[in-house]
Design a protein around this ligand. Structure first.
Ligand code: ADP
Ligand code: ZN
Length: 603
């Protein structure tokens, strides 16, 4: 039997296993079943790919993401692994060819769509073929509790009965307890060990900024940190997706829209361009994302608030799968809070569902208003603990001051009360600040005792106060659709002076707090030795090689490998072979090409 280390090294060009990979691989090679919970980017694929190569027979990978099978198979072929797929996009002839190759023992890994797998023809093929394993990718699709339920996945329970000797490995990045339980039960994995990896994504930098002209903020964020980078911008509505994409194109960003209202062809084309080209920004509703496994997404920006921390973590998790630094950036303001509260509280879902959604939204809003380390809170939410603040989120990098906002809160709440609980924040702020406009006079509100009591704070600060009051449930939003604010049970203790209210002090955009030096999970390139021109040349070389084969650039080499070329400047094939991500096959195919680029720069 070939050693698993040898394969890691020779085929995939990696020096070490990550996290629990080795334990999982050994367990599978020995024929055991398992459930693998690993965050996106944790390295799940190798957990079944290496055992499939080591064990005799075909490794069958069940995956719901037909659109991505082609790229996954291509990435394997590039490393010299014999891979193929069976799905509905193939012609009859192509299917027959794949089947013949499987029967003749010419395939190590076969990717199959679930509905295809359960068809008679495939079942017959499998029954006369030696099988190395079944890998069930995106295993949470079997769960009705989860958010990506696929009815076809339910039939996968048959695999255990029909092929009792073949080891099964189920993998997912979704780890909440109910989903986990359902996977175990439906796939019959009660006796199988569960391999749970840490959910931390240290290379992602989390930041939430108070909204103040969101587009300009996005523009500055892109200009300062992500020129020419691939990224995802999430918006809540289709309309905003279209508008934002158009606006971004107007300022020179290669942006494409993606939402369920676009026809299938356009969706497919936009997703393809994002996946296969460099530097494309996709602007999308949450309809976009499932199964995006582009490794070099450098940022995920939220212009609207996700409805839960799970959704937020999943969406931001699409950044930086290659382990290089990436940003999860979000703008967040009073309007979103009001809109989301209205949406959730006004929904006609059943009482239980509604309570659950409100709880999830509360947790999400709490996350936005944090003054402490964001990563600690996120991990805590998923049942993990991080003993020290992370050093790589906005709150760690520029500590946020808290202030005692009890008095300001009392003023705000009493203003709500005295004006009859029928106005939105904009009007209330005008009253607090003592404006005497026509509308205020029409209601006679210039005679209220609260009129002008808030002249000491500027409108920006008042919006921050109202936002935090709504976020914490100290004010509620009327369902009238006008964003009127009303008192809640929680308002009274504040008004009576029984509770203290502490708030984060939002800095006005443009004014930044004292910045600490980031404690980078992955250090940025050293400017003293970094050669940007060489980097660009290497990227061009990669693009050309990719175009010639009609494959995405990252299947040739990931950014991390290109970066290592710039930093280590290999001069010989032997040196080149020691870069992470360079295995035997890629060395043979591409070594000379890239060495030529590097030496050309030396002359
Ligand atoms: P997942 O499916 O869990 O999201 P992948 O299997 O796509 O993750 O792996 C994520 C990234 O990590 C890929 O770029 C992959 O090449 C890389 N990777 C996986 N295992 C290793 C390893 N042992 N050493 C270095 N890089 C690895
Ligand atoms: Zn932190």
């Amino acid at each position: 039997m070939t050693g698993v280390h040898e394969i890691l090294h020779r085929v995939f060009g990696f020096g070490e296993f990550l996290g629990q990979q080795e334990a999982i691989i050994e367990h599978t090679v020995a024929g055991g079943d398992s459930l693998v919970l690993m965050p996106t980017g944790g390295g799940k694929s190798l957990c079944y790919q290496i055992p499939a190569i080591v064990r005799s027979g075909v490794g069958v990978v069940v995956s719901p993401l037909i659109a991505l099978m082609r790229d996954q198979v291509e990435a394997l072929r590039q490393t010299g692994v014999r891979a193929a797929s069976l799905n509905s996009t193939l012609s009859y002839r192509e299917v027959s060819e794949v089947e013949a190759a499987v029967e003749n023992g010419l395939i190590d890994l076969l990717y199959v769509a679930p509905e295809r797998l359960m068809g008679d023809r495939t079942q017959e093929l499998l029954s006369r073929t030696e099988l190395a394993l079944f890998a069930i990718d995106e295993a949470h699709c079997v769960s009705q509790w989860g958010h990506d339920f696929r009815p076809e996945y339910l039939q996968l329970s048959i695999l255990r009965e029909r092929f009792p000797e073949v080891p099964r490995i189920a993998l997912t990045a979704t780890a909440d307890k109910p989903t986990r339980r359902e996977i175990v039960q439906r796939l019959g994995l009660a006796d199988a060990p569960m391999f749970v990896s840490g959910f931390d994504r240290p290379n992602i930098r989390y930041a939430v900024v108070p909204k103040n002209r969101a587009r300009q903020q996005l523009r500055r964020f892109l200009d300062e940190h992500h020129q020419g980078d691939a990224g995802i911008v999430y918006c809540l509505s289709r309309r905003r997706v279209d508008d934002t994409a158009e606006w971004l194109r107007g300022i020179g960003v290669d942006a494409l829209p993606y939402h369920a209202g676009l026809d299938a062809f356009t969706r497919r084309r936009n997703q393809d361009r994002f996946q296969r080209e460099e530097g494309v920004v996709i602007v999308a509703t949450i309809a976009f994302g499932m199964g995006i496994d582009k490794p070099d997404v450098r940022f995920v920006a939220h212009l609207d608030l996700p409805k839960s921390i799970e959704a937020y973590y999943q969406e931001t998790g699409r950044a930086g799968r290659d382990g290089l630094p990436a940003d999860a950036w979000m703008v967040y303001g009073l309007q979103e809070v009001v809109a989301l509260r209205q949406m959730v509280e006004g929904s006609d879902a059943g009482e239980m569902r509604k309570r659950l959604e409100i709880r999830k939204l509360d947790a999400m809003l709490g996350y936005c208003e944090l003054t402490a380390c964001r990563r600690q809170t996120l991990l805590n939410y998923f049942g993990e603990s991080l003993p020290e603040p992370c050093g790589n989120c906005d709150n760690c990098l520029a500590p946020v001051a808290e202030w005692n906002a009890t008095e300001a809160s009392q003023k705000a709440l009493s203003c709500v009360y005295r004006t009859g609980q029928m106005f939105g924040a904009g009007y209330l702020i005008d009253v607090l600040r003592g404006l005497e406009n026509e509308r205020i006079q029409r209601f006679g509100h210039e005679r209220l005792p609260t009129h002008g009591v808030g002249a000491d704070l500027d409108p920006y600060s008042w919006r921050s106060v109202f936002r935090q009051l709504v976020a914490r449930g100290l004010l509620s939003v009327d369902l009238d659709g006008y964003g009127s604010l009303r008192l809640t049970e929680g308002s009274w203790p504040v008004l009576r002076g029984e509770t203290e209210v502490r708030m984060r002090r939002d800095l006005r955009p443009g004014r930044t707090g004292a910045k600490r030096k980031p404690k980078e999970a992955v250090p940025p390139p050293d400017p003293a030795t970094w050669d940007e021109a060489l980097w660009e040349d290497l990227r061009t070389c990669r693009t050309e090689l990719a175009k010639a084969q009609k494959v995405p650039p990252y299947v040739i080499f990931h950014d991390s490998t290109l970066r290592a070329m710039v930093e280590l400047r290999p001069r010989t094939l032997d040196e080149f072979s020691r870069l992470g991500g360079v295995g035997e096959t890629k060395l043979r195919r591409y070594g000379e090409h890239f060495l030529a680029v590097i030496t050309a720069k030396e002359e």
